[in-house]
Design a protein around this ligand. Structure first.
Ligand SMILES: [Zn+2]
Length: 183
């Protein structure tokens, strides 16, 4: 493990069996990509929580993370799938993000703090550059944007339940990005 990958592992707070296998920097695209790899061993079934072996790994996924300096930062990984005797093959959860979220827990926490400090999404969005708004828009599909915008706007920030990784937390982060489209 190089000093750089170990440095990023510590920054992300990851423990074995997850490791940072590669960090690539694109000066042109102002982007840092962090490749994560699961080194094997027992995994936990997301349905019944039994310890089981690994069946295989799902397709590569990406998660938007907090920026490294002014560089957009993305995590990449293939998530192991369990071989559970009771439930069959299931995709495991990852320690850095909620189930099915495309944002890391740290990114979501940042979005929530921004919203809380600003009082509402429109005020929070004024803190972002046009480039950052563009990046936020890329994170959501047009269909999902329409669905969430109609259900969530305007979202009273006081009503958001707390708890990192909760469905409400993830929804709030998504809503933040969705509503940026209206600014
Ligand atoms: Zn199971």
């Amino acid at each position: 493990m190089s000093k750089l990958t170990e440095h990023y592992r510590l920054l992300l707070g990851l423990d074995a069996p997850w490791e940072v296998s590669e960090v690539s920097l694109s000066l042109e695209e102002k982007c840092v990509e962090i490749q994560l790899v699961h080194r094997g061993g027992a995994v936990t079934c997301p349905e019944c929580e039994a310890a089981c072996g690994i069946a295989d790994h799902g397709p590569e996924r990406t998660w938007r993370h907090l920026d490294t300096m002014q560089f957009e930062t993305v995590l990449r990984a293939r998530t192991p799938r369990t071989k559970c005797k009771t439930c069959g093959v299931k995709t495991t959860t990852v320690p850095w993000a909620g189930k099915q979220s495309r944002f890391t827990l740290m990114f979501e926490a940042f979005a929530i703090e921004g919203l809380q400090a600003c009082g509402n999404v429109k005020n929070a969005a004024t803190l972002l550059t046009d480039e950052q708004k563009g990046q936020a828009r890329k994170l959501i599909s047009p269909n999902r944007a329409r669905e969430e915008a109609s259900e969530q706007a305007p979202h009273p920030i006081e009503s958001l339940p707390h708890g990192r990784g909760s469905a409400a937390h993830t929804l709030a982060a998504h809503s933040f990005c969705v509503l940026l489209q209206r600014v």
